[in-house]
Structures are given as C-alpha cells and as structure tokens.
Design a protein around this ligand. Structure first.
Ligand code: G3P
Ligand code: CA
Length: 243
C-alpha cells in the first residue's frame, strides 16, 4: 500500500504531515515527487509551479508563474505548503528530498521517489542525496515517466531499485524495460492480466496508480499486482482485506 504524495486525501500532498499520516494509516510506502530549485536542490513538489499548493502568489506576487525551477531553496523555505489544505496544516514547509528520506527512516516506510521533468542535472543530484542520506538498500525506489533518467540512475547507483511509470503500456514495452528495471507502475484503468503476466514472467514488479475507489481493488488484486498507489491507504487496505 503506497501512499500517493503521502496520505494526500487527509493531509497536504508531498509534506511531512502527509508522510507521517501515511505511517499512521498503516501504509507500507510513500510516493513523492521531486523537482529541482533554481540553486540545484531537489525538493518535493508535484506541479511545475508553486501556485496550487503554496501561498507563493501572496508571498511573492512579482514572481509569477512561480515555477519550481525559478525559485531558490531559501525562497521555497518561506512558502506555506499546508494552509491550502486546511488551517490545521498551516506552517507546513516544502521538504527537500534529503529531509524526506531522513523523516522516513525511523518510520520504516519505503520511499517511492518520482523524478518529475528530469534534465541532465537531475540524476547526479539524486545520487548525491541518496548517498548523503546513507540510503538503506531496499528502502528506496526511484521511478519516472522518463525511462532514460531512471536507466541512467540504475547505471550510476545499481543498488537502488528503479521503476518506469506508464499511463498505458504494451507487453513488448514491458519486456524491453524488464532488461534493466525492477518495476513498472501503470495507470490502474489500463492494467490487464497480460501486462501483469508479462511483468511477472520477466521478474518485474507491477504497481497500479492511483487507486482511490474501493470498488477497483478486487479486480486489481485478482490481476496479481504487487502494489497499489493511493491517496487513501487505510481505506484501500480495508477494501483489500475484504477481497
Ligand atoms: O505513482 C504514480 C503517480 O504518482 C503518477 O502520477 O501525476 O500523481 O505524479 P502523478
Ligand atoms: Ca507522482
């Protein structure tokens, strides 16, 4: 059970509050998205801009459109990443990747780190952060829709588990990816038995994203998926227990 952007139905996505809520709800892992700041720090952010999930528009009115890549870490630190989800989350800050890995360490949660819009700087920064946080082998998976980026990471840091994200994928593409990756993570609506069998036959794990409807769980478990990415880990675990 992988909490999508943390337990993001209950707490502001991609914040420490959402990661700790995932632990409280009994998730096995958290999924989080990373992007690079202007000064080259990997921070946890899904969108390309800070407009939706922070108070950037009020705090920095002259910096529209508040692209993640245009603000420095010092500027990002000033943003409130919690209030948009409710006053009880006021003051949540945007965590860095390194800080997030440290927060997760004592929880025992696995980190499923998604590289958003990676460029030539991204993989070296990921390697630096994973090495600096004395990564526990087997506790981190790095995934991306950009297969080239995760393939490069596999070469640079072979001990880290890597996965490729797809909305929709063919069996032949799954076979290709199996040559070097550990995981395929496919939109749940496009998953079918043939894909899961193909992944299985080639030693690849297969996850489904993003599963928030309890009614979808029976079909997916029946297909034999290895992981469900969800905003609601406790509710989806209850649904899985009923299958
Ligand atoms: O883990 C899969 C999922 O996170 C991909 O979609 O847009 O939520 O990053 P998105
Ligand atoms: Ca994601």
């Amino acid at each position: 059970m992988i909490a999508h952007r943390g337990a993001s139905a209950a707490a502001p996505e991609n914040t420490v509050a959402a990661f700790l809520e995932a632990a409280r709800q009994g998730a096995d892992a958290v999924e989080l998205d990373v992007r690079r700041t202007r000064d080259g720090v990997l921070v946890v952010a899904h969108d390309a801009t800070w407009a939706r999930t922070t108070d950037a528009a009020e705090l920095l009115p002259d910096r529209a459109p508040w692209r993640v890549e245009d603000l420095t870490l010092a500027e990002v630190r000033r943003l409130d990443a919690g209030s948009w989800a409710g006053p009880e989350f006021a003051g949540q800050r945007v965590p860095t990747l390194a800080e997030t890995l440290e927060v997760l360490r004592p929880t025992g949660l696995h980190a499923l780190v998604e590289l958003k819009a990676p460029d030539r700087h991204t993989v070296p920064l990921v390697v630096r952060d994973l090495v600096a946080t004395r990564l526990v082998p087997g506790r981190v998976t790095v995934q991306s829709f950009d297969a080239g980026a995760v393939r490069l990471l596999r070469q640079e840091l072979p001990s880290v588990r890597v996965g490729v994200l797809f909305r929709r994928v063919s069996r032949s593409r799954v076979r290709e990816v199996a040559g070097w990756a550990d995981l395929v993570n496919v939109h749940h609506a496009w998953l079918h038995r043939g894909l899961v069998e193909e992944a299985d036959a080639h030693g690849l794990a297969c996850y489904a994203w993003t599963v928030n409807q309890p009614g979808a769980v029976r079909r997916l478990l029946g297909l034999g998926v290895d992981g469900l990415v969800t905003d609601r880990p406790a509710e989806i675990r209850r649904a899985a227990a009923r299958v």
